[in-house]
Design a protein around this ligand. Structure first.
Ligand SMILES: C[S@@+](CC[C@H](N)C(=O)[O-])C[C@H]1O[C@@H](n2cnc3c(N)ncnc32)[C@H](O)[C@@H]1O
Length: 296
């Protein structure tokens, strides 16, 4: 794994505590723990992000993949494993599932969260250079991962290489930036810094259907289909969701470095502007999900 790959992805494994360099930061970190947030971003990701966003999208992806019992499935950029576990249910006992991710902390939570009876092989590696044999999978899945991979062409070529002839690729990416997240990104830029806002932009950076089709065709796939679809998601109340999202993502590291005034200002700003999205005490918003399917 190259140094550049690690730099790109390691942030998902960041810990708030590890970034606490002074007493004020340590106090904030203790307050976060009292609020129920773990010091570990991957643990928060599994606990908060997955039920609110990851799982609803994973169910859609698995439905589109139409996996059959006995299939061999690879989940690329598997994170804490929500897609891999649903794939294991669909492929059943005669099938097999592997998950691959560059961030050790995400894989540690994936391993811990997966029931022992569900034998999933976990691999720590970059999608750009997978330590997996040629033609060894019937389906490759990738949920909300390709936008983070620096060399997308290399990753797609690797996904094609490990597929058996006729094998399917099914991936999704979100974007463009929904209004709810644009508001958060602007507030992060004002109160935390440009780097934090940049993360939100990165999440929604790969959504152009023509660009994605070109990338997938360029990697040698056939029968390429790329379609945008609208998904309505219901999230917790504004302040709750803001901090859940922050502590489930690399934003945790950036927010741990500012003082309480700036954190309070961020919350006030975002919560006020999110009121338009509140329905029955919860946030509701629509996000466009681009789903791509193709064959080797
Ligand atoms: C938003 S998470 C998605 C995780 C999972 N697919 C899900 O739906 O919950 C993005 C994941 O991409 C992983 N990632 C980023 N760059 C990567 C790379 N070059 N190779 C493999 N995984 C990568 C991160 O470690 C992170 O777990």
């Amino acid at each position: 794994m190259s140094k550049r790959d690690r730099k790109e992805a390691i942030v998902f494994g960041a810990s708030m505590g590890g970034l606490s360099q002074n007493n004020a930061a340590t106090e904030r970190s203790q307050q976060h723990q009292r609020d129920g947030y773990s010091e570990s971003v991957p643990r928060n990701y599994e606990r908060y992000f997955v039920p609110a966003i990851g799982a609803p999208l994973a169910h859609d992806l698995i439905r589109i993949a139409a996996l059959r019992p006995g299939e061999r499935v690879l989940d690329v950029a598997c994170g804490t494993g929500v897609v891999a576990r649903l794939a294991a249910q669909a492929a059943g006992a005669p099938g097999s599932v592997a998950g691959l991710d560059i961030t050790p902390g995400m894989l540690a939570v994936a391993r811990k969260t997966t029931p022992p009876a569900m034998a999933i092989d976990w691999h720590e590696a970059s999608a750009e250079a997978m330590p997996l044999p040629d033609a060894s999978f019937d389906a490759v899945l990738c949920q909300m991962g390709l936008q983070f991979v620096p060399d997308k062409d290399a990753a797609l070529r690797e996904m094609r290489r490990v597929l058996a002839p006729g094998g399917r690729l099914i991936l999704n990416v979100p974007g463009p930036t929904p209004q709810l997240f644009a508001i958060m990104g602007e507030a992060l830029a004002r109160h935390i810094g440009a780097g934090a806002a940049g993360f939100v932009n990165h999440v929604f950076s790969l959504h152009d259907t023509a660009e994605l089709r070109k990338l997938i065709n360029g990697a040698g796939f056939r029968d390429v289909s790329v379609q945008g679809m609208s998904k309505t998601l219901r999230l917790p109340a504004p302040a709750e969701f803001l901090w859940q999202y922050v502590y489930s993502t690399p934003l945790a590291g950036a927010v741990a470095q500012v003082n309480d005034e700036r954190r309070s200002a961020l919350e006030r700003d975002v919560v006020t502007k999110w009121q338009d999205f509140v329905k029955n005490d919860a946030l509701e918003f629509q996000v466009r999900i681009v789903v791509a399917t193709a064959r080797k």
